[in-house]
Design a protein around this ligand. Structure first.
Ligand SMILES: Nc1ncnc2c1ncn2[C@@H]1O[C@H](COP(=O)(O)OP(=O)(O)OP(=O)(O)O)[C@@H](O)[C@H]1O
Ligand SMILES: [Mg+2]
Length: 463
């Protein structure tokens, strides 16, 4: 019985005005390896709680003096992390509902059954563990550290390059389809560089109108143009001592391309309307989902700028080329969004994972992340199944991967003489496959990659 195994450190506080009841509870829990404390009144229990760290309080509801329900409120104040399970001989629905509203984890009716008590306590402990995990995860999210998840060879290869490139000041060009993690990797480069204490300044070159982009990048002096009522620092200057992330760098106008090239060559800029050159020491990381080399060939992108940006090139592999990472990423996002939304979801069913693996993810990790987030937000239970996933994913699963070849078929061959008419070949392959699937026409159809009705159609009526 796995649910009755006590986590090594779990401490239970047993509260009942009847010592005999405490004795028998103690025996039950001692045998399972729990550490137990006992109190014969709610007041004594509260005293103990002030000095001891307790995981679960198991208390009688009806006691002289303070009742179990009052103790529950006291626990919430003194030891809010502890879970409370109430026991009563007078189990009424009303009392149970009131207790649950006040934050009790569970409600047991006497006479107690050993199995029921153990199960309730084990579940209360599990809930506590999850809450603590979620709290840690939330703290990590709040601190802004986003881990890069994945174990596939292509992802590891890119991580290796990132690790090697990070400490230098060399310009890095990140290439990859939308949603492959370009911004995430840009931040990782910054965080693993000697400039990690400096600022990380992103600018999305595609999101800012061309007319404003130049002043955003380079800043301006007062009076540089109508409306420039005071001087403004540009993003490049703000990246002083840190990292400038030029996102969507494929989208620059020719005019801005020239100015950016100058900055990359000279490591200095001039604000719009300003005369003085300002030295800027920052590391440049650029990203694009465009094929820049082709744009250069077509004359739409400056070749000299391309070479300045392309000092170290990192290509982020699309998700469909690293299916191994899909389950890891999915688990990661389930944990993240369950914590963020306070949901009890803990895992995906095996079928759901298979469906995720079968889908081709044109939107890459971002699409996967969005799909999981939506499923988690709408979820009720502890597991996410296929039906929680977007239609496109469900459809891919149905069209899905070919079933594994059954053992009965493994390595079986069929000898067919060259020159045999196709119709006869088809018939013989179908018959042989059927023989090994023990007449299962649906399985045979799946293995052969044809519709089951095709099998029915091709076989003579009597077979
Ligand atoms: N390997 C990974 N591990 C964990 N999260 C990831 C990973 N790759 C991408 N993500 C997450 O996927 C989302 C998309 O990543 P990101 O914004 O970095 O992609 P992008 O390549 O910049 O996309 P776009 O081209 O659309 O701007 C982000 O929330 C990011 O945290
Ligand atoms: Mg991006």
């Amino acid at each position: 019985m796995s649910e009755s195994r006590a986590p090594e450190t779990a401490t239970l506080l047993l509260v009942d005005d009847e010592p005999a009841n405490l004795d028998s509870l103690e025996r039950i829990f001692a045998r399972e390896g729990y550490r137990t404390l006992r109190a014969e009144s709610a007041a004594a229990a509260l005293d103990l709680l002030r000095g001891e760290s307790v995981d679960v309080v198991l208390t009688d509801l009806m006691m002289p003096g303070l009742s179990g329900q009052e103790l529950l409120k006291g626990v919430r104040a003194v030891a809010p992390e502890a879970e409370v399970v109430l026991m009563t001989a007078y189990g009424t629905v009303e009392a149970a509902v009131a207790a649950m509203k006040d934050g009790a984890y569970d409600f047991l009716t006497k006479p107690l059954k050993r199995h029921g008590v153990l199960k309730s306590v084990a579940q209360a402990l599990e809930k506590r563990r999850l809450l603590q995990e979620n709290k840690q995860l939330r703290a990590r999210l709040a601190s802004g550290a986003s881990p890069i998840v994945g174990q596939s060879p292509p992802l590891r290869a890119t991580l290796d390059v990132i690790r090697q490139a990070a400490p230098s000041s060399a310009t890095v060009l990140l290439l990859g389809e939308s949603g492959t993690g370009k911004e995430l990797f840009a931040r990782a480069l910054h965080e693993h560089s000697g400039r990690a204490q400096g600022p990380f300044v992103p600018i999305n070159c595609a999101a800012i109108p061309e007319t404003i982009l130049e002043s955003e990048l380079f800043g301006y002096e007062r009076g540089a143009f109508t409306g420039a009522t005071q001087r403004k620092e540009g993003r490049i200057e703000r990246a002083q001592g840190g990292t400038l992330f030029l996102d969507e760098v494929g989208e620059l106008s020719p005019a801005v391309q020239v100015k950016l090239l100058r900055f990359l060559q000279e490591a200095e800029i001039e604000r719009l309307g300003g005369a003085a050159a300002i030295k800027v020491d920052c590391r440049v990381v650029a990203a694009t989902n465009r094929d820049l080399a082709t744009r250069v060939k077509e004359g739409r992108y400056r070749e000299d700028l391309f070479y300045r940006l392309n000092v170290i090139q990192v290509v982020l592999p699309p998700l469909r080329d690293r299916v191994e990472d899909v389950p890891l990423l999915a688990d990661h996002f389930v944990a993240r969004y369950a914590a963020k939304n306070g949901k009890p979801v803990r895992a995906l069913t095996a079928a759901a994972v298979e469906a995720l693996e079968a889908y081709s993810w044109p939107g890459n990790v971002r699409e996967l992340e969005n799909a999981i987030e939506r499923a988690v937000v709408l979820s009720q239970g502890a597991e996410l199944d296929v039906d929680a996933l977007p239609d496109a994913v469900q459809n891919a699963a149905r069209a899905g991967p070919r079933p594994a070849i059954p053992a009965a078929l493994e390595g079986r061959t069929l000898t067919i003489a060259l020159g045999t008419p196709m119709e006869e070949i088809e018939l013989r392959v179908i018959r042989e496959t059927l023989r090994h699937t023990k007449g299962d026409k649906n399985l045979a159809a799946q293995l052969l990659g044809i519709a089951a009705r095709t099998i029915y159609r091709k076989l003579p009526k009597d077979s």
